[in-house]
Design a protein around this ligand. Sequence first.
Ligand code: ATP
Ligand code: MG
Ligand code: MG
Length: 379
Amino acid sequence: PGRVGILGGGQLARMLALAGAPLGLRFLVLDSAEEACAAQLVPQLRADYDDAAALAEFAASVDVATFDFENVPAAAAEWLAGRIPVHPGPRALAVAQDRLAEKSLFRELGIPVPAFEAVDSREALDAALARVGAPAILKTRRFGYDGKGQFRLRSAADADAAWAALGGPSAALILEGFVRFDRELSVVAVRARDGEFRAWPLSQNWHEDGILAATLAPAPAGAEIEALALGHARRLADALDYVGVFALELFQCGDALLANEMAPRVHNSGHWTIEGAETSQFENHLRAVLGLPLGDTRARGHACMLNWIGALPDRQPVLAEAGGHWHDYGKSARAGRKVGHATLRADDLEALADALERVGRALGRQPQVAPVIACLRGG
Ligand code: ATP
Ligand code: MG
Ligand code: MG
């Protein structure tokens, strides 16, 4: 079997296609967008996910289906799973689509989470605030990404504003305690069809305005934190009988880890693995969904991924670096949109910090690189 169908045709599908080419794979993306960026490289079936005729054509054209986008309607995923192998399966997708189901499962599995309460009315918001306390974050249970669909409450006095922003008659929300974390980490891991589990070294992540700005990997982490994080990821993957790559986002507070969310797909905080690991998340995802042996997840030196949001900067300063790598997703510029990323890779921490300094200065992006450099230099 060599034809992989991907639901969603964004940059993740594009990078899956790039990783799959050397394996001899062919791809088909299903996406309703006129300019799905993966369609610059592979064929696109242009239709909505709930278009029955399109789904039937998709199922007939591919050997296995996977996702670039987790908010595919559950019914569509289930319909497909009745006809062809779909990895990850509909249950994993359903859990990851709903922050309430997701956090409830984490808790059930003994994975610590921030305080949370379901909110579906203005009164329920007050009750939740009383239990969770302030500051807090109100989030839509579904469809949020890049920090969209969230409202931060500094105190209970912000409840009206929060409800005005996200509430309504059919509101399905979750209130979470605001975590004053020391840092954000993610586990990017892969589970094979036979249950074999592998994880890449931990990623440390920095966000700007709710959007991932930079990832450093391997994260400078103690062996205990790493083991704790990988244990959580493994328990989650086993519980969902998960197949493929996923990410588990964590907040570190002292020696404790609190789980924020999971992404049932390859993840932005794993883009560094393309150049920074023996096998990339994209290749291992394909290996997993096709039932091929998993590749080694060990890091090659140290890597920092910088996200380009809105528009691409000049690529020259990155390409001038010995370990500089450029990824242009072929998207048009738009505020808040992920249009590309760069990865800087080096054999030692000091060389990576120096490269980041040069690139940050040349591009006028010092605020984006500064926290990573401080972390590398032990600041
Ligand atoms: P993603 O693009 O990662 O899918 P998302 O829209 O699903 O983002 P979250 O990951 O829940 O949103 O939140 C985005 C960021 O906001 C987090 O990475 C973190 O920096 C901050 N954040 C979210 N929830 C909390 C919380 N309970 N306490 C403190 N900070 C939070
Ligand atoms: Mg998310
Ligand atoms: Mg997140």
